[in-house]
Ligand binder design. Structure first.
Ligand SMILES: *Cc1c(COP(=O)(O)O)cnc(C)c1O
Length: 437
């Protein structure tokens, strides 16, 4: 499979190049040249398959031209050591729980898949060490660090804003050691992201070391997220609830929802999508006006969605670019909602009181968007519950007056010893640090 850039100014890349580089040379995002459809009878038969089998079928469609089936199945197996169950919350609304992986957030799926795929290419080609730079406001850093832990030939540098990630999040990437280095930056998340971007642009650095990104701009990280859309369909089909699916995705950088749209494009019968946002609502504004105006993010309770310029917006535009009026076609299939912190808290509280289900602040946006969307009796709503509520224990306990249990997996991280290197937010210092590695 060849990969083109959404900016159309870079040469085609192989899968290996797209994964190793992350971003195209014209700063566009890589897209597969074609999206292979999945046969109708295969989709009808999904309900008789395991998650592993379903994921292998989808992985085959994306990566089958480039990777031997046995190797690909092995990568899928290593990635999915956990389930993504669908749980009924009330009436015709279901939660797709994506938080049963090692760091309790959906990003585990993409991060683990990417780590294994990149590890495979490095071994096969005998590439020199690849260095992953990742800026995080919390969740990405933990998923990437844990996904890449111990993979030969890869070193990960996690940049995070000092004092601005929760202690639970911080321990998930500062206690690992081995090939994971945590860099505590005296600045904001935007400063961390700016450092990473400058590093990718810096010629001397790129000559010194091979750099790549593990954000959802990387095809190996966002495409595998389509696996669990197929798996959700299979689970709901088993109970006769999959005929008119409305899927609501709490969105930040829009990698997750883009993977869902890829699944739809491959033939998965999803009636429509909802992009649920917090106060960072540039996508909703685009739906309403047809004009896309990125702006700095504001901080909210659902902090993993605090994104003012979603990188995967370019992929959505590109997917619909074949239509004469892309905006109209996008609006036909995706609607949007935005929620303030007060609304997020009210949703969490009401849902807990009425159903006993504990939503995390991100899932709460997805859930409430389904409620506001007024599903018809024939429709089934599924929202992606993107993180375990215990990852946001402080906020959740305060809103619900609970003392929720911290899962054993999280506790284990909290017992480790924090190791991090403090750096200022100025690029020269960061560059000198990397040049000495
Ligand atoms: C990353 C993240 C999101 C946003 O996902 P995108 O793919 O960036 O849209 C939502 N919720 C949680 C908990 C996350 O960690």
């Amino acid at each position: 499979m060849k990969y083109y850039s959404t900016n159309k100014q870079a040469p085609f890349a192989s899968l290996e190049e797209a994964v190793v580089k992350g971003l195209a040379s014209d700063k566009g995002l890589f897209m597969p040249e074609s999206i292979q459809p999945i046969d109708k009878d295969v989709i009808t038969d999904l309900k008789n398959k395991t998650f592993h089998e379903i994921a292998c079928t989808v992985a085959q469609a994306f990566f089958g031209q480039d990777i031997e089936p046995d190797t690909l199945n092995e990568i899928v197996k290593d990635t999915l050591s956990f389930e993504t169950p669908v749980v009924n919350v009330r009436d015709n609304i279901y939660s797709l729980e994506l938080f049963h992986g090692p760091t309790l957030a959906f990003k585990d799926v993409g991060a683990r898949f990417m780590a294994r795929l990149l590890g495979y290419f490095i071994q096969k080609e005998g590439l020199k060490q690849v260095n992953v730079l990742v800026a995080t406001s919390g969740d990405t850093g933990s998923a990437v660090a844990n996904g890449f832990l111990g993979v030969p030939g890869i070193h990960v540098y996690v940049l995070y804003p000092k004092g601005k990630v929760s202690p639970i999040q911080e321990c998930q990437f500062t206690t690992l050691g081995q090939n994971i280095t945590a860099l505590e930056i005296d600045g904001t998340f935007d400063d961390c992201q700016a450092l990473v971007k400058s590093a990718f642009m810096d010629e001397a650095l790129n000559q010194h070391m091979k750099l790549t990104s593990a954000n959802s701009i990387n095809v190996a990280r966002f495409l595998p997220q389509s696996f669990y859309y197929f798996n959700a369909y299979a689970q709901l089909d088993r109970i006769g609830e999959a005929d008119e699916l409305v899927v609501s995705v709490p969105s930040g950088n829009f990698g997750n929802i883009t993977a869902g749209i890829f699944a739809y494009w491959m033939g998965l019968p999803i009636k429509r999508f909802i992009a649920a946002n917090n106060r960072n609502d540039v996508f909703l504004e685009y739906l309403n006006t047809g004009v896309y105006t990125p702006r700095p993010s504001v901080s909210t309770l659902a902090n993993a969605m605090d994104v003012g310029n979603p990188s995967n917006f370019a992929r959505i535009l590109d997917l619909f670019g074949k239509y004469e009026d892309p905006h109209k076609e996008i609006c036909k299939r995706i609607s949007g909602y935005r929620f303030t912190d007060e609304e997020i808290a009210a949703t969490m509280k009401q849902t807990y009181t009425e159903t006993g289900y504990i939503l995390d602040p991100h899932g709460a946006c997805g859930y409430q968007a389904l409620v506001n969307n007024h599903l018809t009796p024939n429709e089934t709503g599924v929202f992606l519950e993107t993180a375990h509520p215990a990852k946001f224990k402080g906020v959740v306990d305060q809103i619900l007056s609970t003392d929720i249990k911290i899962p054993a997996k999280l506790k284990a991280f909290m017992q480790g010893k924090k190791q991090s290197i403090e750096l200022s937010k100025d690029f020269e210092g960061f560059k000198q640090f990397l040049l000495q590695q």
